[in-house]
Write a protein that binds this ligand. Sequence first.
Ligand SMILES: [Zn+2]
Length: 328
Amino acid sequence: MKIAISIGHGKSKTGGYDSGAVGGGYHEFNLAKEIGKYAGEALAVYGCDVDIINYNADAYLTDRINYINKGGYDLALEVHLNSSTSSGSTGSEVYYKHGNKNGNTLASAISKSIASNLSTKNRGAKIKLSGGVDYFGFVRCVNCQSLLIETVFINTASDRKKVVTVAGQKKCGQAIASAVANFYGLKKLSATSSDVEKIGAGDTVKITGKSYATGQTIPAWVKLRNHTVKSVTVSGKVLLKEINSYVWADDLQLVKSAKNGIVVGSAVTIKSGSVYGGLTTARGKIIPKEQLAPKKHTVSKIQTNNGVREALLSEISSWVALSGLTEV
Ligand SMILES: [Zn+2]
């Protein structure tokens, strides 16, 4: 599903900077954008196509609304921090379109998830009306399901301290994402998911391991040449055509895929919504817009990481799933 995560404030109506509410020297915009970024990264792990809007304070409220309404999104969330004139206000609350039953349910779930993950008060799902229509422009004017999330109170020290660290911002973002994933029944992409690409019949491979599936040592000359995959067993044993021998899939490196034309040396572009692969903490993080098509990258290696067939792109020294690449 396609999700817009909009960051509240940042750019004012007249074009200048709008910090949003302030507290303890922190700006609402600066904290909200990090929470929104981590929510987006967490949702990408569920296979969502996520756009973070206004992360760079480059879109005023009406720009954000117009962008979302033209973008074909299924869900739009705007991230804020609350502020109160009375001291000591605490907890999360989420605003939805009045009369929208799904909006009410999802808003309740997000508010509850933030409160339980950050150990703050759950103020719950809310509507705010003005003259019979929804008060918040984001809730009122965005056409798809839209929610305005007041994560915590920036002017209450005990609330604020929960989201001033990267760890806290991640926790809050992940709390939002898990509630969304739960509501829509989304599953995390993993090695067991059916769309994972694995080594298959017809692929060209090189052997990186030391021994055959039988345990016998593989001679050097066999490792130097390319092999064609004849078949793969469910237990992960791969029959290589030229030598008529079984080798474990983990001991193979893909040279050329039979399923798409991407090979080592191919020029590719990265599709929007793709995430980093590899085996570091960057795995699952959204690849920034400036690295996406039309920017070209070169494939320097192809292998299976965590069960997903991925390409190492030399320009950014990063792994990206083959399914996220287009040959150019
Ligand atoms: Zn705000």
